[in-house]
Structures are given as structure tokens and as C-alpha cells.
Design a protein around this ligand. Structure first.
Ligand code: ZN
Length: 308
């Protein structure tokens, strides 16, 4: 009985030891089953520490290591995320750029970080001088009597001028963003193109009248005398053809009539001996002895016929 008792006690002991061993080994198996990670935590100061942990959640790992984030610090990955395969947690100061993003987005402008960084790229200024054309202008002179049946004749061809323009050009990211004219120097003035509106009838009828002596054309006929009012400072009493101006004979006409051409006007045959700056196209100026006579003549529209 006593031996049996002892015996049963030792069996119980064995069982107990076995159970304890079993429990320990079981715990060991459990410990082995939970993955233990070596995680690198980089602090905002740049200091790196390595922790051994069986946790994967970022906030739990930080809590376990007694790391508390300051207000101006952020962590990657986020606090509520798990550590990634590279097993590192990085704590950084919120950068200046991020503060800028916050400020701008407060104003309601959607700006990406890239755009902000872009706006910080340097602006380069260049002074550039280049030659540019100055386009010529076209001046039209209407020498026709009527607005009908006219033709345009180019009296002088236009020519572009040249100017030297100095610009201040601002570049950002090699792109021109601003161009300001600093100075302009004209090297060559443009030459205006002159177009004369001529009466088509005039040319035809005058050539016809010269050939056949029958054609007549209505001319604007005025009168002049040798005074300064009529002839300006060139008043000399002599005509452009060199003859002495004579009333009843001398008339001024445009170059469509050669000097010496005889024209029948209002029953009198005159001779083209003079020219005048204002005597263009179908205009004729009749020479008078006095200014009063010229004024008295006034302006008449008369048929003019070439006398052969
Ligand atoms: Zn006069």
C-alpha cells in the first residue's frame, strides 16, 4: 500500500513534469510561429535605431519603442499602416514645401508640389538685340476728276525699313515668359508706296485727241499770274519751258502735254509752256497779266481740244 502510494506520487510527478515540459515546448512553438522583425526606425534628427519586434503596425512599433511623434513630424508609412517589406519607418520634419502647399491650398488654388518647386526655379534675363523690318505704307493720291472709270498706277514702289530693337527677355525653364522692348533704333526709314488714282478716260481721249484732233476732254481750268501768291518765290515771269509768260498764249499743263502743244480752250488756242506743282492730271492753268484777272477767272470746267 505504502509503496503503491509512493509509486502513484512519482507517476503524478512524472506526469506533471511532462505536462510542464509540454507546455514549455508548446509556448516555444507559439513563439517560433510569431514572426519577429528587425525594423529600422529613422528619426527626424537622422539618427537610426534598430528594434526587434513581433508587431507590424507602425503606431504599435513606435509605442513599443517609446517614440512619440512631435507635431511637426510625419511618419512613413502612416501610423495606421503596417511596415512594408523593407521594414523601415522614417520620421521626418514636415518640409518647407509642404507648408507652402498648405498655404496655397488654403487660398483655394490647386497646386501640386511640382508646380511649387517649378515656381522656385530661377528666372534668367537676357538682353537681345535684333533687326526687324518696318513695313512701308501705301499712300493713294486721287488725281481723277470723277470717282468713276479710274485706274491705279504705282508711281513709286514701297520699300520696307529696318530697325534695331533691343529686348529684355525673361526665361524660366528655358521658356520665354516676358519680353520687354528696351530701345528701338531706326537704321533705314521705310519708303512709302505711292499709288495714283488716274482717270482712265483722260489717257484714252487725250491720245485720241492728239491723233485725230477731234476728241475733247473736260479739264479743270484755273488761272494764274506772275505774282508771289500764284507762283511763290520762283515768280520770275518766265515759264518752265524758258519762254516769257504771255497772256492769251501761255498755259501750264501736266506732262501729258509736251511743251509747245496747242490746246483749244473756250475759243482761244493756247500753247503749253509752263508746268505747276498743282497742275496734275486734267488740270490747266491759264496765264493772266494780273492777279485780279486770275481771281476773276476762278475755276471753270471746260472742254479742251488739242490743235494739231
Ligand atoms: Zn497772282
Amino acid at each position: 500500500m505504502k509503496i503503491e502510494h509512493k509509486c502513484s506520487i512519482s507517476i503524478i510527478k512524472i506526469i506533471c513534469v511532462s505536462l510542464i515540459l509540454l507546455a514549455l515546448s508548446g509556448a516555444g512553438i507559439i513563439v517560433m510561429a510569431t514572426q519577429v522583425n528587425t525594423v529600422t526606425i529613422t528619426l527626424a534628427s537622422g539618427y537610426e535605431l534598430t528594434v526587434l519586434t513581433n508587431k507590424t503596425n507602425v503606431s504599435e512599433i513606435l509605442a513599443e519603442s517609446n517614440i512619440v511623434l512631435a507635431e511637426n513630424e510625419r511618419v512613413t508609412p502612416d501610423l495606421n499602416e503596417d511596415i512594408t517589406t523593407n521594414k523601415s519607418i522614417i520620421i521626418r520634419d514636415k518640409s518647407i514645401q509642404e507648408i507652402q502647399v498648405a498655404k496655397i491650398s488654403e487660398n483655394g488654388i490647386n497646386t501640386t508640389l511640382e508646380e511649387i518647386l517649378d515656381s522656385y526655379s530661377p528666372i534668367i534675363e537676357k538682353i537681345v538685340t535684333q533687326e526687324e523690318e518696318i513695313p512701308f505704307e501705301t499712300i493713294t493720291k486721287d488725281v481723277s476728276n470723277s470717282g468713276e472709270n479710274t485706274r491705279n498706277k504705282v508711281i513709286r514702289q514701297g520699300e520696307n525699313g529696318v530697325k534695331q530693337v533691343t529686348y529684355k527677355i525673361k526665361y524660366k525653364n528655358d521658356q520665354e515668359i516676358e519680353k520687354t522692348v528696351l530701345s528701338e533704333v531706326v537704321i533705314k526709314e521705310p519708303i512709302d508706296k505711292i499709288v495714283q488714282v488716274q482717270n482712265n478716260v483722260t489717257t484714252r481721249s487725250s491720245s485720241t485727241s492728239r491723233n485725230s484732233s477731234t476728241g475733247t476732254t473736260i479739264f479743270k481750268v484755273t488761272a494764274y499770274c506772275p505774282c508771289a501768291k500764284c507762283c511763290g518765290k520762283f515768280a520770275s515771269g518766265y515759264t518752265a519751258s524758258g519762254t516769257k509768260a504771255t497772256a492769251g498764249r501761255t498755259i501750264a499743263a501736266s506732262s501729258q502735254f509736251d511743251f509747245g502743244t496747242k490746246l483749244l480752250i473756250n475759243g482761244t488756242t493756247y500753247t503749253v509752256e509752263d508746268r505747276g506743282g498743282a497742275i496734275t492730271g486734267n488740270k490747266i492753268d491759264i496765264y493772266c497779266n494780273t492777279h485780279a484777272e486770275a481771281i476773276a477767272w476762278g475755276v471753270k470746267y471746260l472742254p479742251v481740244q488739242v490743235v494739231e
